[in-house]
Design a protein around this ligand. Structure first.
Ligand code: BES
Ligand code: ZN
Ligand code: ZN
Length: 511
C-alpha cells in the first residue's frame, strides 16, 4: 500500500500515517516433514557436508544425481560452510533450480557457523523461488542433525528480517515457504530459536523506528503487548521517578516532552531470587546542553539499544517459557535541549542516596543506569545483575565494534558472559576497573561527578557505586548496534538479545 504523501513531510505531519508495527516479524513459513515429497518445490536445497569425496548421492533420482556430480566436479564445490552452488534443474526434475548449500564439517562447526550458513542461503534466494524444499539426507549421519538443521533455519530467519514499514514501496521482503526433510526434534529445537529470533526482531525494531516515534511513552506502548505472553509490566512515570528520589534518571528526561520513565518487565519462571537485566533506554542522545556534533549525533537513535536488548531478551525468555526468574529494568529518556535542560554543575540526588554533580550532560547513560541499577537491586533483590548500554565512545576506540566491553569483579557473572558471548557470537572483552580510577569520578561539591573522564572504565566505576553488593557486570555496547553482514541484514541488529538470553541460561546453570 502506498503511504500518504504527508508522511514524507516530517514527524508532526506523519503521526496520522505512522505505520502500525507487527508483533511478529518472521518472514518465512517453515514446515518440517519426514516425507521426502519434493514435487511441489520450485527450488530444492541440498545440504552438503564438507567431505564431498565420500558423498553418497544415491538417494537422488539418477539424472539429477549425475547432473550434480558433474557440476560439483567442474566447479570444485567443497561443501565448506556457507558455500553455494546453484544449478538449473535437469529436464527430468520438477524443480527449476537446485541449490547445493555447503554446511562444512558438522563435527566442527559452531552454532554461529550454522546460522551464517542459513543466512548465506537467505541472501542468495531471490523472489524467483517460492516453494523451497530442503533435503537434509546427506547430513543425517552427523551427530546431532536436528540441532544443526534448527540453527541453519534460524540463520535464515535472522537474515530475512526487513525494516520496510517506512518505505512507500517496500521492495524486497522475502517470502519463501520452506519445507525441511527433518524430524520433530529439529522442529522443537527450531521453535525455541524462533522465540529467540522474535526477541531479536523486537530489539531491532525498537532501534530502527525513527526516534521521535520511539520516545519513552511510545517505546512503552510498543512493548505492552508482551503482557499477553505472561510478562508482568510495571511503568513509572516522571512523577513516580521523582517521588522515589531517582533524580539522576529524572534529570536526564526533564527537557523532553515525555519526561523520564522506568519500564520493568518481570518473568517469574521460578521461585528463586531473580536475575536482573538493566538496559540503557535513551531513545535519542542530542548530548543535551553539551550538544553533540552533527556527525556525533547521526547514529544516536541507537542509544536505546541496551534497553531494546533487555526487552528483546525478556520476550525471548518468555517465548521459551524459561524456568528462571528474570527481571528486566529499562530507564527511558530522550536526552534533549530546552530551557528546562539540566546544566553542567547541577547536582542531582539518586535513589541510592548518592549525590551526583553533572559535569557533562552528554554522559547521561550512567545517570539513568545509576537509578536503574539501584531500582533493580532495591526492589527485586536479584541474585546477580548485568547492565548493558551504549555508554562511551572510548569503548569503540578501545575494542572496536566486533567486541563489546565488559567490566566487573564477580568472576561468576563475567565467566558466564564470556561463555554466552562465544556461544552466540556476540563477543565480549574485559576492560579494567581499578580503585585509582575513583579520582576521576569524585566531585568537589557532591559525592560523585559524571563524565569527569571520557574513559569506558570511568563509566564502569561510576556504575559500580550503584550496584552495591549485588554480583554485577557492565556491558558497554557502544558501536555494536548497527553492524551488518551474516545473520544481520542491515540497520539495527538486535545486539545483546542473544548475549543476555544466553547469559541468563549460562549463569543459572553455573550456580
Ligand atoms: N551515547 C553516547 C555514547 C556513544 C558514542 C554510543 C558513540 C555509541 C557511539 C554517550 O551518552 C556519550 O555521549 N558518552 C560520552 C561520555 C563523555 C561525555 C564522558 C562519550 O563517550 O563521549
Ligand atoms: Zn551522551
Ligand atoms: Zn548516550
Amino acid at each position: 500500500m502506498k503511504l500518504a504523501r504527508s508522511f514524507m513531510l516530517g514527524a508532526a505531519l506523519a503521526l496520522s500515517s505512522t505505520p502500525v508495527l507487527a508483533n511478529s516479524y518472521l518472514n518465512t513459513n517453515v514446515a518440517f516433514t519426514q516425507q521426502a515429497d519434493q514435487s511441489q518445490a520450485d527450488t530444492i536445497v541440498i545440504l552438503v557436508p564438507a567431505d564431498t569425496e565420500s558423498l553418497d548421492l544415491g538417494g537422488l533420482e539418477r539424472n539429477t544425481r549425475e547432473h550434480i556430480e558433474r557440476v560439483m566436479e567442474l566447479q570444485s564445490f567443497t561443501g565448506s560452510a556457507g558455500s553455494i552452488l546453484e544449478v538449473v534443474g535437469p529436464v527430468s526434475s520438477s524443480a527449476d533450480r537446485i541449490i547445493l548449500l555447503g554446511v562444512g564439517d558438522l563435527s566442527e562447526v559452531s552454532r554461529a557457523d550454522n546460522e551464517k550458513t542459513g543466512a548465506a542461503l537467505a541472501a542468495h534466494l531471490t523472489d524467483k523461488s517460492s516453494q523451497v524444499f530442503v533435503d537434509t539426507s546427506l547430513i543425517n549421519a552427523a551427530s546431532n542433525p536436528a540441532l544443526n538443521i534448527a540453527q541453519i533455519a534460524h540463520g535464515i530467519d535472522l537474515r530475512n528480517y526487513r525494516f520496510d514499514a517506512y518505505k512507500s514501496e517496500p521492495a524486497d521482503r522475502p517470502q519463501h515457504n520452506f519445507t525441511w526433510s527433518a524430524t520433530e526434534q529439529a522442529e522443537g529445537e527450531y521453535n525455541r530459536l524462533v522465540a529467540l529470533a522474535e526477541g531479536v526482531f523486537l530489539a531491532r525494531e525498537l532501534v530502527n523506528i525513527p526516534p521521535s516515534e520511539s520516545a519513552p511513552i511510545a517505546f512503552i506502548e510498543k512493548v505492552r503487548y508482551l503482557e499477553d505472553m505472561g510478562l508482568s509490566i510495571t511503568v513509572l512515570g516522571p512523577d513516580e521517578v521523582r517521588d522515589m528520589n531517582m533524580g539522576a534518571l529524572y534529570g536526564v528526561g526533564q527537557a523532553s516532552k515525555d519526561g523520564a520513565h522506568l519500564l520493568v518487565l518481570h518473568w517469574e519462571g521460578s521461585d528463586q531470587a531473580p536475575l536482573a537485566l538493566v538496559g540503557k533506554g535513551n531513545t535519542f542522545d542530542t548530548g543535551g546542553i553539551n550538544v553533540k556534533s552533527g556527525a556525533g549525533m547521526r547514529t544516536m537513535k541507537t542509544d536505546s539499544a541496551g534497553g531494546a536488548a533487555v526487552v528483546g531478551a525478556m520476550k525471548a525468555l518468555a517465548g521459551q517459557n524459561a524456568s528462571i526468574n528474570v527481571v528486566g529494568v529499562v530507564p527511558l529518556t530522550q536526552n534533549m535541549i530546552s530551557r528546562d535542560s539540566q546544566l553542567p554543575s547541577d547536582v542531582v540526588m539518586t535513589g541510592a542516596g548518592i549525590t551526583v554533580e553533572i559535569n557533562n550532560t552528554d554522559a547521561e547513560g550512567r545517570l539513568i543506569l545509576a537509578d536503574g541499577l539501584w531500582y533493580a537491586r532495591s526492589q527485586y533483590e536479584p541474585r546477580a545483575m548485568v547492565d548493558i548500554a551504549t555508554l562511551t565512545g572510548a569503548k569503540v576506540g578501545a575494542v572496536g565494534t566486533d567486541y563489546s566491553a565488559i567490566f566487573g569483579d564477580d568472576e561468576g557473572v563475567l565467566a558466564a558472559l564470556r561463555t554466552a558471548g562465544e556461544t552466540v557470537d556476540e563477543l565480549v572483552w574485559q576492560l579494567p576497573m581499578h580503585d585509582n580510577y575513583m579520582k576521576s569520578i569524585r566531585s568537589e561539591v557532591a559525592d560523585l561527578i559524571n563524565g569527569g573522564s571520557p574513559g569506558a572504565s570511568a563509566g564502569a566505576m561510576f556504575l559500580r557505586e550503584f550496584a552495591g553488593d549485588t554480583p554485577w557486570a557492565h556491558i558497554d555496547m557502544a558501536g555494536n548496534a548497527m553492524s551488518s553482514g551474516g545473520i544481520h541484514p542491515g540497520g539495527a541488529n538486535g545486539y545483546g538479545v542473544r548475549l543476555l538470553t544466553e547469559w541468563v541460561y549460562q549463569y543459572s546453570a553455573s550456580e
